[in-house]
Design a protein around this ligand. Sequence first.
Ligand SMILES: [Zn+2]
Length: 340
Amino acid sequence: MAEPVSKKRKTDENTDPKTNQKRAVDAGLWFEDGNIILVAQHTPFKVHRGLLSHKSEVFKDIFTLPPPEKLSGDDIMDGIPTIQMSDNWQDLSDVLSALYNGQGSFGFRKKLHFRTVSALLRLGNKYGLVDLEQEAIARLQRLFPSDLQDFQNGYTESDYERENMHLFCSTSRIRLRSSDAIAAVNLARAYNIPSILPAAFYICSRLPVELLVQGVSTPKGTSPNILSRVDLIRCWNGQIELGRRYGLKMQAMSNAIAQRPACTGSWHCQELKKTWEAEDDRDTDCQDALGCCLVGSQWVTTDDEELCAACHSRRVLLWDDFRQSTWDDLPKIFDVENNM
Ligand SMILES: [Zn+2]
């Protein structure tokens, strides 16, 4: 039998039967000829026992019920056997939709919300739905890739604006808020997907401290997503290290200007070098501005308008090298090397 919902748990779940049944109808998960009703957080889904048993051995076991004439009270609704599930109703709705509509019509080619991908992974694993679990893992791996170029391609420019907490990926097949990276780290830990840790930690490290400490609210009936204490420390240490590297790199980039004999724009290059060195001394923003670490070298081109060609190319080279080496070192920076 499925683990029953605790009757003592206090939640603000909606308990109005009509509203809840409408949820299932709207999701296309209330079949008139259904022969089993799964109830999650008071939301009933009238589905087919045969289909679910065919897809999952776990469901098959859950459905080993006494015959309907022996059921009574909470175990039966409109003459149909009813099973109380311990899942969040939205999670269960997502998973049942995936099972009924198949990969094509469910829209595995479409963007999914991170919440849905998380549900497919968690419930896919719980109920032995291997296809759903694998699809969720593949999506997470594309969203938090090991390759810098893939990461860069997966995010729009606005993703670098840390003020905007509701960022969406442009090319990845998941709609993501930056704060979902906290949940991604926790999923990587719980379901052994270490390859997504460096990129997920990197995004976490750009989140405001309050959000990291307090965590992210989750659907009703589940606890907030928050990093474990050790992962929080990893995140902060990584943030400090990224800031340190950024400061050093900016210094190196200033030093690279006006170096003879390559430099041919003596006056402008000298003047800009002085200005930038002064700015770097005052720069207290670099520990916050981690987004800069992975931004491409386009900004160098804008900044370098008055530099000679030699100084400019030197700086672009230094910046590109910095980005790549920073990315390659993320597992070390966030202390997840041994998990890879
Ligand atoms: Zn120059």
